[in-house]
Write a protein that binds this ligand. Structure first.
Ligand code: GDP
Ligand code: MG
Length: 437
């Protein structure tokens, strides 16, 4: 199970009836959920203890328990207050991308270059310093070509140190903002790799070293990251393949066991499938509260910014209507995997895995919703509140659905819209902030 799934199902099970046993039971559910998501037992203990202490401080009850959980998760994930991308005071910011072979370094280098270019409007130079594998430079060339980012490569040499040296001189001349250096990996850590990385590090003098970790390798990813940290020092971790069968426990493990902040998450093979890792957002998502801002940002990358802002405003005012809903569904198609998106919609975290292989084009549900919406009058679409029983009956006839189905869809929509409003408004943000401490 993913963390979000185990958390949301544990939270659903938790009941408090003013007795001491309730807390023990709740902590037990939480512990089960964490272990199920592959969280290291030491981290589990740390978290459970912290939740217990904080809940007791504030009086035992479900709200107190959830507050304590939220705060504890936040404390665990917020390492050194560092998140996302940090620019050097003087350009170019030089980043060394490291990791084992197959962890996703080259793909992630491309994703990060793309993120910097499209979301941050930065000029990026990518450097091909993996000269181990024959096809590595070619792979990076294709990646950079697809996102239209400049690549520095030298097919004449096998020495990554020379390439990096020359690339940095070039970077100064052409005035780029960020230099991303893709390095070679190995199947496992060996002295040769560490030696090469140390040499590249010495000549690159990077502002930060990112370690690219394959989340599918579970506890191994944590151990390898720890070794890289000891041997060459890492400033941040990017977790890849979070879209796959990753249980997610590794995210908590890296933060708490090696005390290096997570900076980005890769959840898909496409260049857009990179998300900035912000602890408060991730905690919300873990607890099934969704991530409206993340969703709006993701939306902004496929539809235009103005539209996305207008949409966020509507959500905040509770004016999100069926036209918006349909439009969202259409643009969801362009946004990458359904699973990663569902987790961002409040209240839908638990549905994420059910929808893992959800086919939007051919989905019966989406067809039903579309049929329902097209049977509505313009006014009804804009104001779902208008839908009383007689209107519902008319709709059911019009779109050929059962009245039960109609009610179910409308209820789903209402819940999603309510949750969205609650956690996106100013008060919602304040509530969350105060819960975070
Ligand atoms: P490298 O050897 O570390 O440079 O790894 P690559 O960038 O070549 O990636 C290895 C494989 O993992 C490729 O098939 C990528 O498409 C795939 N990959 C990388 N990141 C992700 C991700 O976030 N999700 C998924 N599903 N696949 C990924
Ligand atoms: Mg590579």
């Amino acid at each position: 199970d993913t963390l979000t799934e185990s958390f949301t199902s544990a939270i659903r099970k938790i009941r408090f009836h003013d007795d001491e046993k309730a807390l023990t039971k709740a902590l037990g559910e939480l512990k089960k959920a964490l272990l199920k998501a592959d969280v290291n037992h030491k981290v589990v203990k740390e978290l459970i203890d912290s939740v217990e202490i904080q809940t007791k401080q504030n009086g035992v009850g479900k709200d107190q328990f959830l507050d304590a959980l939220r705060k504890s998760l936040y404390a665990l994930l917020d390492v050194k207050g560092k998140s996302g991308f940090v620019y050097a005071p003087v350009a170019p910011t030089v980043i060394l991308m490291t990791g084992l072979q197959g962890s996703g370094k080259t793909t992630t280098t491309g994703k990060l270059a793309n993120w910097l270019k499209t979301r941050q409007k930065k000029r990026v130079l990518v450097v091909a310093a993996d000269l181990q594998r024959l096809a590595a430079v070619e792979q990076l060339r294709q990646v950079c070509g697809a996102i239209d980012v400049e690549l520095y490569a030298d097919d004449a040499t096998k020495n990554p140190v020379e390439v990096v040296k020359a690339a940095l001189e070039h970077a100064k001349k052409v005035l780029v903002d960020v230099v991303l250096i893709d390095t070679a990996g190995r199947l496992a850590i060996d002295d040769e790799l560490m030696g090469e990385l140390a040499e590249v590090k010495a000549v690159a003098n990077p502002h930060e070293i990112f370690y690219v970790a394959d989340s599918l390798s579970g506890q191994d990813a944590v151990r390898t990251a720890a070794t890289f940290n000891e041997k060459i020092g890492i400033d941040g971790v990017i977790l890849t393949k979070y879209d796959g069968d990753s249980k997610g426990g590794v995210a908590l493990g890296i933060a708490s066991q090696i005390q290096v902040p997570l900076r980005f998450i890769g959840a898909g093979e496409k260049m857009e499938d990179l998300e900035i890792f912000l602890p408060d957002r991730i905690v919300n998502r873990l607890m099934g509260l969704g991530d409206i801002e993340g969703l709006a940002e993701r939306t902004a990358s496929v539809i235009d910014e103005k539209k996305a802002k207008a949409l966020t405003k509507k959500i905040k005012k509770g004016e999100f209507n069926f036209n918006d809903f349909l439009e969202q569904m259409e643009s969801l198609k362009k946004m990458g995997s359904m699973k990663s998106i569902m987790g961002m919609i409040p209240g839908m975290g638990g549905m994420a895995s059910a929808l893992k292989d959800f086919d939007l084009e051919n989905s019966t549900q989406l067809k039903q919703i579309k049929a329902l919406v097209s049977s509505m009058t313009v006014k009804e679409r804009e104001d779902p509140e208008l839908l009383n029983n007689s209107r519902k009956a008319r709709l059911a006839k019009g779109c050929g659905l059962d009245i039960i189905e109609v009610n179910r869809i409308l209820k789903q929509f209402k819940n999603a819209s309510k949750m969205a409003k609650r956690f996106s408004g100013k008060q919602g943000m304040k509530d969350l902030q105060s819960m975070m401490g």
